[in-house]
Design a protein around this ligand. Sequence first.
Ligand SMILES: [Zn+2]
Length: 196
Amino acid sequence: MVNPLDRLVHALCKLPGVGEKSATRYAFHLLRSSRDDVRELAEALLAVTREMRYCAECLVPSPTDPCRICRDHQRDRDCICVVEEPADVTAIEKSGAFRGVYHILHGALSPLEGVGPDALKVHELIHRLRSNVVGEVILATNATVEGEATAAYVAQMIRPMGIRITRLASGMPAGAEVEYVDARTLAYALHERRTF
Ligand SMILES: [Zn+2]
């Protein structure tokens, strides 16, 4: 039988940024925690897989489909902001500078890591643009090599559709990830976005 502590360390190691050392530290912390705290964590973990789905429209993880943003009639459906990850939506929402809707690619092009165009939700975006009237697509991918390559690829795919394509402005520091840019900078980058 596998030692339960080893099993927990092994499971924690699968989380991003968690190495064996941190996993061991978390495991010992949990071992010392109260049963109620551990149960709360275990139930929260299970609830996420059981109750969260993906919004069929924008592909954000949500307990409802469509998600809160796609259901909101005050949002401007004419403008779609394309991001790499769900955490980018959270960051942009916090900036308060965007009233349109989103599309999550669920990744960025990375030939070195074997992530090609088919791994991204680009076809879903194209399908969406074909079946809705959309005036502008904002490419809000990261200002990293992968993010720029992704923006260029998406732009190339949708350019024939004649929709206005913009990119976050230079307020975004080179190499910056949308998720970690502060709200004011992000608001500026959105406001000053340029045609791509
Ligand atoms: Zn949605």
